[in-house]
Design a protein around this ligand. Structure first.
Ligand code: BJW
Length: 245
């Protein structure tokens, strides 16, 4: 034993990794924001104005996710394999609110924009699993108040979860990999710059096409996630990080 810690890897995923599982992205031509306006469903103001409309938006997505047809794909599985086989820490930060990473076997995982299969009470703060439709009048099982449950998701203008922990791991990692995200939404879009401040980190973007911040990455690989992610994971496990730089 050298006493030296094995190098850690931080991975950021976005909607593109779940596209081939059948879930929509946001900003592609056929994406969610082409059909629904952000201001109507993804801000605290929208929820205050018309909670029923916001519930309908998330109920439809929850129903699709739990309907049986949506399953993890080869990219999700490859990242779970990386966590299981890499000698150092693999920390997976996802912007996605689906549960496909968990179902594929990833465990060291953080949903920075929340989880579709959870709701929380705006009165007492209790968070609970929720797989059914959510209605405005539903009551909190912890405090008994009706009308206060909201989707456990992060809307525009709200603070994503566990930012301090994420920035700490970014400062300390040997490799940062961004997968299937357009780089439009902050703070996630700034993670690559933050990781690069440590100087010794390798940065890679794996996406269908160059993202907003593509030029910041040391390595870029373009193609469908189900192809490029398993290839990339194979290469990391075979050759290590230093061979990628
Ligand atoms: C494939 C593929 C295949 C397709 N294979 N790839 C500057 C600094 C900080 C904040 C701001 C700032 N300027 C503005 C802000 C505020 C705002 C923001 O970023 N606005 C921008 C629009 C400019 N951000 C916020 O409000 C955030 N909160 C915040 O900033 O708090 C203060 C703070 C400051 C500083 C530090 C810390 C905190 C909150 C953002 C909340 C985002 N919420 C949403 C919806 C909720 C969840 C849900 O309903 O699902 O989260 S919006 C939506 O966008 C969703 C996603 O997680 C997020 C990112 O989208 P993603 O994943 O990148 O999807 P797409 O569709 O954009 O891209 C998909 C990509 O996949 C594409 O590139 C395709 O090519 C690719 N692809 N098929 C591989 N098969």
């Amino acid at each position: 034993m050298s006493g030296k810690r094995a190098p850690s890897i931080v991975i950021l995923t976005g909607a593109g990794i779940s596209k081939e599982s059948g879930l929509d992205t946001f900003r592609d031509a056929d994406g969610i924001w082409a059909r629904v306006r952000i201001e109507d469903v993804a801000t605290p103001e929208a929820f205050a104005r018309d909670p029923g409309r916001v519930h309908a938006f998330y109920n439809a997505r929850r129903e699709k996710l739990t309907g049986g047809a949506i399953v993890p794909n080869a990219a999700h599985t490859a990242l779970a394999r990386l966590e299981a086989e890499w000698p150092g820490e693999v920390f997976l930060v996802t912007q996605n609110i689906d549960d496909l990473h968990e179902r594929a076997g990833s465990t060291n995982l953080l949903h920075m924009h929340g989880e579709l299969l959870k709701v929380r009470c705006t009165a007492c703060g209790e968070m609970m699993e929720w797989r059914a439709s959510l209605a405005v009048e539903d009551t909190c099982s912890a405090c008994g108040r009706g009308g206060g449950l909201r989707p456990h998701v992060v809307w525009f203008g709200e603070m994503p979860f566990e930012m301090e922990h994420i920035f700490e791991t970014l400062s300390d990692c040997a490799m940062f990999v961004s997968i299937g995200t357009s780089g439009n939404v902050y703070p996630a879009a700034g993670f690559v710059s933050h990781a690069r401040q440590s100087g010794t980190v390798h940065t890679a973007e794996l996406n269908l096409e160059p993202s907003e911040g593509a030029s910041i990455f040391a390595e870029t690989v373009y193609g469908p996630a189900t192809e490029v992610v398993p290839d990339f994971v194979d290469r990391v496990l075979r050759e290590g990080i230093s061979a990628l730089g």
